[in-house]
Design a protein around this ligand. Sequence first.
Ligand SMILES: C[S@@+](CC[C@H](N)C(=O)[O-])C[C@H]1O[C@@H](n2cnc3c(N)ncnc32)[C@H](O)[C@@H]1O
Length: 217
Amino acid sequence: MAEVVDVVSGRGGELVLRRDGDEFEVIANGVFLMDTRNGESERLLVTGAADRLGPGARILIGGLGVGFSLRAALDHPNVGEVVVVEREPAVLAWNREGPLRAVHGDALADVRVTVVEADLVAWLRETGETFDALCLDIDNGPEWTVTDGNAALYGDSGVDGLAERLRPGGVLAVWSAGTAPSFTERLRSRFPDVRVTEVPVPRGEPDVVWFAKMSGR
Ligand SMILES: C[S@@+](CC[C@H](N)C(=O)[O-])C[C@H]1O[C@@H](n2cnc3c(N)ncnc32)[C@H](O)[C@@H]1O
């Protein structure tokens, strides 16, 4: 039986951190968001992108969750710098000095990591920064967003905006809990190289990760 560790009113609604034995779960507005049990597809989101890049890559991870993607980035030989964009102060606190810190070995303290506390959708519109990879896992998928505002990321102008933040040869990686054929088509109409990878899970539909690579390097 899971015990509640913390309940906060976050920027995207109610957030609950629960402990079940040695594992932790994050619940957003009553819907399961993330737990510490597996993480295979969350790691692949980053390693699959970094495998397609050269050494010293600058990558963006949005959002932090329980830090599986961040840990995988820091452990990858091609990653030189990581910018984490996360909108929930409580998620940052649970990972910095709370119980999630042990999940990734205090990855936020790594000198290669910069944390931006912001809404990723708004931040991407405003920033002029560019990256070798954008590794995005802020929703259950392009067709099942956790908040309405996140949907803008996956539409025509959202994907155009993401492409503008990529350097030549850069990779857009997107995580989803299921397939989204129209999103695949949107990527294929803009990127010369699009791979769709399915990762089996113990129950239900496989997780899906898209890797869309720009031409250039
Ligand atoms: C499923 S979790 C990410 C899991 C992560 N890949 C990992 O390895 O643990 C989604 C994260 O995105 C954050 N998030 C959701 N919408 C966001 C937004 N618009 N901007 C920034 N972060 C957001 C949530 O607070 C949560 O921390």
